[in-house]
Write a protein that binds this ligand. Sequence first.
Ligand code: COA
Length: 184
Amino acid sequence: MPTLTPVELATQRLLLRPMDERDTEAHYAVFSDPAVTRYWSTEPWTSIDQAVQAIARIRSAFADGSELRLGIVLRETGELIGNCALHHFVDASRRCEIGYALASAHWGKGYAGEALEALVEYGLRALDLNRIEADIDPDNVASGRVLEKLGFRKEGYMPERWIVHGKPADTVYYGLLRRYRDGG
Ligand SMILES: CC(C)(COP(=O)(O)OP(=O)(O)OC[C@H]1O[C@@H](n2cnc3c(N)ncnc32)[C@H](O)[C@@H]1OP(=O)(O)O)[C@@H](O)C(=O)NCCC(=O)NCCS
């Protein structure tokens, strides 16, 4: 696992920063919304305690180098509207996975693409990754579109990889190689 150092990434409209206790309610608002968890293998949260525990886990995973999850904050208002992460690092192969979620009130404004562009560049340059992977539901059109705009390419299809809200769900696997961005 890489040694993660505290980082803040600023984009035109967003600040990506480490999360802490002040984010509990906003983090709960994201994951208690069934629209957000529609394609996830976990149910929407029903207790604020789940957000408290999640933030504690995020902080401990950052400390042990296993996950870099950053809150996505609107610079104009300071509101936390979601989060994004690099996780499942495989150091020997300089790769990891990417994950992200935004509060549904903020979808369709280009925020995910803007945030993930900064996160991906940080991963490939500062963390020296060679490859970033994503695993999404084929029906999650917005997520696929975000990935493709970032340069990810579809690599594979895995039927019934997950059980999502009681039903088997397929996976489309995406990959982004550093050389795609370096013109190779
Ligand atoms: C996936 C998600 C992060 C996208 O966030 P977003 O900020 O709305 O995405 P963007 O505004 O950057 O949109 C990216 C592209 O997807 C397109 N898009 C968005 N919603 C769409 C939809 N329902 N159908 C088709 N295209 C869609 C946008 O038009 C845009 O493409 P364009 O720039 O060519 O117009 C957001 O929908 C989300 O948080 N979903 C729930 C959590 C989730 O599924 N996370 C991913 C798990 S793998």
